[in-house]
Ligand binder design. Structure first.
Ligand code: PEP
Length: 267
């Protein structure tokens, strides 16, 4: 299987030992027909020209089954965009983590800033969802990131550090937890932090993670997310402590998504 953080060569820096991962967050976009077509294009392009990284797509829940069927036998994994903290019960409209696992999902995004903003999800709520996801055998993509006002106020690192402390679940390990740094002000805006700012924040996140999970932090993958596109992917993916990208808008075009993946660091 391509997806591993443990099949590391004996030499090289910690950064070069972590295989990069490019995840597409399709958000609330796609019908069965368009989603299956997009997934098929991603899988076919990845088969013809294998990128040097792992690939994951996270479609809307309504088309997970159709997309999962199209991706069967491919090198592209899939996941959900959110899950409930309970495994079942009276929660109208929600989706439980075991339901995602039942569909063949390997991943689930938790704590995306759009969920934190649109649904008032606190760190405590995100932690409960993440805990449920791990219990269901899923790998979490745990999102953290500051708002523009928080960055302007000099609070970016403290905000992100407290999101990690508040939402990282017990049992998080390199094999089941990926952290995505997504500055809220960079999502869907075309704006990105500078390379120095991204590298500094990822270094800070890894140092924070060490306090919670010890040496496993050095094997945990940290993704950057926020306006990643083919034109800036190589620069971002070459940065220290950047182990991949969480991609929104550009994941809706197979060519763009694969162009980003092609820019990943060679393992
Ligand atoms: C996202 O919402 O996770 C994201 C990174 O979006 P975009 O790439 O469109 O900025």
């Amino acid at each position: 299987m391509p997806e591993t953080t443990s099949a590391a060569p004996a030499s090289g820096t910690a950064s070069t030992r972590r295989r990069q991962l490019i995840a597409g967050n399709w958000k609330m976009n796609g019908t069965r027909a368009s989603g299956v077509a997009l997934a098929g294009a991603v899988a076919d392009m990845a088969r013809r020209n294998a990128p040097p990284c792992d690939l994951v797509v996270c479609p809307p829940a309504t088309i997970l089954m159709a997309v999962g069927g199209r991706l069967a036998g491919s090198t592209v994994s899939f996941g959900g965009q959110d899950c409930h903290a309970k495994p079942d019960g009276a929660h109208t409209g929600d989706i439980a983590a075991p339901m995602l696992a039942d569909l063949g999902c390997r991943y689930v995004i938790v704590g995306h800033s759009e969920r934190r903003a649109d649904h008032g999800e606190s760190d405590t709520a995100v932690k409960a969802k993440a805990t449920a996801a791990l219990a269901a055998g899923l790998t979490i993509i745990l999102c953290v990131g500051e708002t523009e006002a928080q960055r302007d106020g000099g609070q970016a690192t403290s905000v992100v550090g407290s999101q990690i402390a508040g939402s990282l679940p017990e049992g998080a390990a390199a094999e089941n937890c990926i952290v995505a740094y997504e500055p809220v002000w960079a999502i869907g805006t075309g704006r990105t932090p500078t390379g120095e700012e991204i590298a500094a924040m990822h270094g800070h996140i890894r140092a924070s993670l060490r306090k919670h999970v010890g040496e496993a932090a050095d094997r945990m993958r940290l993704l950057y997310g926020g306006s990643v596109k083919p034109s800036n992917a190589a620069e971002i993916l070459a940065l220290d402590d950047v182990d991949g990208a969480l991609v929104g808008g550009a994941s809706l075009k197979a060519e763009d998504f694969l162009a980003i993946a092609a820019a990943a660091r060679k393992p």
